[in-house]
Ligand binder design. Structure first.
Ligand code: PMP
Length: 371
C-alpha cells in the first residue's frame, strides 16, 4: 500500500485490537478492559446540554471556546495555581489538547521524556510528529524516578510528560516527586506537560499538580472520566502567562483542525463543574480496595492510588504477559497485555470499572490461573 504516508507506519494498535477481536467471540465476559466509567452523565449536566441545543447553541464557537465558559475554567485555574489570567482553551477531549500541544512543540528529532508504562497516545503522537520518546522505566513500583529523568535529559529534550493519576498503573505522584521534577525542569528550562484527566479519581491522597510548583507547565484536564462523557469530547488546556505564546499556537492549530470543541456540550461545563461526583469516586475506591484484597492474595501488586486501573505482574509460570492475557481471555476474562502501554511484556492492565458481581467472578478466575 505505497499510497499511504510514511507516518502511518509509525502507528501500531495491534495489541489492543487483538484483545477486542478475541472479546467479540466471548459470551458475557468479565470485562476488565474498559477505560471509561460505567455511570451515566449526571442528569443536571445532560439537562444543560439539551437546553443548549434547544436554545440554538449549535454553531461553531470561538476557537478557544465560549467566552463565559472559558472564564469559569480560567477562574478555577487562577485560584488553584495563583496564575494571573491564565491563557486557556477548551479542547476536543484531552486527546485534542495532547495533539495540539505536541504539534506546537515537537520538531523532528526532538526528545520527549515519557514514563514507561505510559498512556499509548503519547508514544504514537510523538512518533507521528517525528519526535523521539525517551522512555523512563518505572517498574516495579511506578514511582516518578527523578534521578533517572535527570540522567535522560540531553540538549534535544523538549518536553517531559507526566500523567498522574496514571493510566495504566493507577500511580499517583507524591508532592515531593512533583516538586523535585519541577526543580529539575526549572534548572534545565524544560516544559512539562501534565495530563491530569484522572485528577478526581484519587483514593489515598489528593493529586499534586505540577502547576503548583512550576510555571512552565501545560495542564491538560477533561470531563471524559470525571463525568463519564467520553463521547462528548471535552477537555481544556491551561498554561501560565509565561507560556502564552504556546497556547496561542495551539489555538492557531485548533483553528485549522478541530475548529472548536462541541458548542452545546461546552454549555454544560459550568453545570459539570458544580456537580458533586464524590459518590462515583467512592464507588471506585471500594472496588479498588476489593480488587487489592482479592487479587493481592495471588499476584504481586503495586498498590494503585488513583484512576481505575491496576498494572499487575503476570505470574512467572507464563513466558510473558501476552501469554497470560491469552489464557485469561480463554477463561472469559478480558484484560490488556502490558506491552500495549510499555516497551516490555511483563504486566497486564486491569480496569475495575465492572459490577461487584463481575469483580468477584474475575478475581476467582484470575487467581485460579495464577495458582
Ligand atoms: N490521557 C489519558 C491518560 C487517558 O487515559 C485518556 C483516555 N483513555 C486520555 C488522555 C484521552 O481522554 P479524552 O480525549 O477522552 O479526554
Amino acid at each position: 500500500m505505497d499510497y499511504l504516508a510514511d507516518r502511518t507506519k509509525l502507528i501500531d494498535a495491534s495489541g489492543i485490537r487483538k484483545v477486542f477481536a478475541l472479546a467479540a467471540q466471548l459470551d458475557d465476559p468479565v470485562n476488565f478492559s474498559i477505560g471509561q466509567p460505567d455511570f451515566d452523565v449526571p442528569d443536571v449536566v445532560k439537562d444543560a446540554a439539551i437546553d443548549a441545543i434547544r436554545k440554538g447553541y449549535n454553531k461553531y464557537s470561538q476557537t478557544a471556546g465560549l467566552e463565559d465558559v472559558v472564564a469559569c475554567l480560567k477562574a478555577k485555574i487562577a485560584a488553584e495555581y495563583g496564575w494571573d489570567n491564565p491563557p486557556l482553551m477548551i479542547t476536543d477531549g484531552v486527546s485534542g489538547g495532547l495533539l495540539l500541544a505536541f504539534m506546537a512543540l515537537i520538531n523532528p528529532g526532538d526528545e520527549v521524556i515519557v514514563q514507561d508504562p505510559y498512556f499509548v497516545m503519547y508514544k504514537h503522537l510523538v512518533r507521528m510528529l517525528g519526535g523521539k520518546c525517551v522512555y523512563i522505566n518505572t517498574y516495579p513500583d511506578f514511582r516518578l524516578p527523578v534521578e533517572k529523568i535527570e540522567a535522560a535529559i540531553t540538549d534535544k529534550t523538549k518536553l517531559i510528560c507526566l500523567n498522574s493519576p496514571a493510566n495504566p498503573t493507577g500511580a499517583v505522584y507524591t508532592e515531593k516527586e512533583v516538586n523535585d521534577i519541577a526543580q529539575l525542569a526549572q534548572q534545565n528550562n524544560i516544559i512539562v506537560l501534565s495530563d491530569e484527566i484522572y485528577e478526581e479519581f484519587c483514593y489515598d491522597a489528593k493529586n499534586p499538580s505540577i502547576g503548583t510548583y512550576y510555571d512552565k507547565a501545560i495542564i491538560l484536564r477533561g470531563f471524559s472520566k470525571s463525568h463519564a462523557m467520553t463521547g462528548w469530547r471535552l477537555g481544556y488546556a491551561a498554561v501560565s502567562e509565561k507560556l502564552a505564546p504556546l497556547l496561542d499556537k495551539m489555538l492557531m492549530i485548533q483553528q485549522y483542525t478541530f475548529v472548536c470543541a462541541p458548542t452545546p456540550f461546552q454549555m454544560a461545563i459550568p453545570a459539570a463543574m458544580e456537580c458533586d461526583t464524590t459518590a462515583y469516586v467512592d464507588q471506585y475506591h471500594k472496588k479498588r480496595d476489593r480488587m487489592l484484597e482479592g487479587l493481592g492474595k495471588c499476584f504481586d501488586i503495586t498498590r494503585p492510588a488513583g484512576a481505575f486501573y491496576m498494572f499487575i505482574k503476570a505470574p512467572d509460570k507464563y513466558p510473558n504477559a501476552t501469554a497470560f492475557v491469552k489464557k485469561a481471555i480463554e477463561n472469559n476474562v478480558l484484560i490488556i497485555p502490558g506491552n500495549v502501554f510499555s516497551e516490555q511484556d511483563t504486566h497486564f492492565r486491569i480496569s475495575y470499572v465492572a459490577t461487584d458481581e463481575k469483580i468477584e467472578q474475575g478475581i476467582k478466575i484470575l487467581c485460579n490461573l495464577a495458582m
